[in-house]
Design a binder for this molecule. Structure first.
Ligand code: ZN
Length: 238
């Protein structure tokens, strides 16, 4: 194949590689996976906070149960003392009775609080366990998405590698002076196309109709012909 046509192929290949590299950075599944991963981390944080709350509730309940136990014990002691007949002093007896009343009232208060805490604990436990089930479900979904994203990433990377290898092969067979010229032109076009494939007498880049004299020049070996309109290097594509 003609050198200029190979050069045009190289340009098209490089354009493709450039697009693929951009696509690789923006793979939809990878972006989706990253978004969901962040979401999941927040979800787990919330779950953790709820579990900590649940533990605090459990501790609070345990503390109150111990307190109730202590009060019940001391009430028993006081009752025993009260009915044992060992206290004969009226004032002392009255004091003890007062203490018993206060203890009973505190005991009843604690029992109410414990009941309330137990109910709260029960509903919170149920909620946390349903959130945990949801966590497992979400984790499974995330895992699936990760595998999908990884698969697509590998596929895209594989394709890119293949294109890069094709580019290396092309570069190897293209004349180095011509390559240099191409690089110069390309950088002037800021990475855009600078090699134009002419078909039916039209410039492949700016679409201008080329004078018929150009066609003969295009076919002359070794001659570099440039489009007068867009400045690109013309390659015969017919
Ligand atoms: Zn042109």
């Amino acid at each position: 194949m003609e050198q200029l046509q190979l050069l045009w192929q190289l340009q098209e290949l490089e354009q493709k590689i450039f697009r693929r590299e951009h696509e690789l950075q923006n793979l939809a599944t990878v972006i989706e996976y990253q978004r969901r991963k962040k979401e999941f981390a927040l979800f787990q944080q919330e779950l953790k906070a709820r579990e900590e709350e649940l533990n605090a509730l459990k501790k609070e309940l345990r503390r109150k149960e111990l307190e109730l136990q202590t009060i019940s014990n001391s009430l028993k002691e006081m009752d025993k003392k009260l009915y044992s007949g060992e206290i004969r002093n009226v004032k002392e007896l009255e004091n003890l009775e007062k203490k018993v009343r206060a203890g009973k009232s505190k005991k009843s208060e604690l029992e109410d609080e414990i009941l309330f805490l137990m109910e709260e604990l029960e509903s919170e436990t149920a909620e946390v366990s349903s959130v945990k089930a949801l966590e497992e479900e979400k984790s499974g979904e995330l895992q699936q998405l990760m595998l999908k994203a990884r698969g697509e990433l590998h596929k895209a990377q594989g394709e890119l590698q293949q294109l890069t290898r094709q580019r290396e092969e092309l570069v190897r067979v293209i004349d180095s002076d011509l390559l240099k010229k191409y690089r110069e032109l390309s950088s002037r076009m800021q990475g855009g196309r600078c090699i134009s494939l002419v078909k039916g007498g039209f410039c492949g880049i700016c679409n201008v109709s080329l004078p018929s004299s150009f066609r003969a020049r295009l076919l002359a070996p070794g001659e570099l012909v440039f489009c007068e309109n867009c400045g690109s290097l013309l390659v015969s594509g017919d």
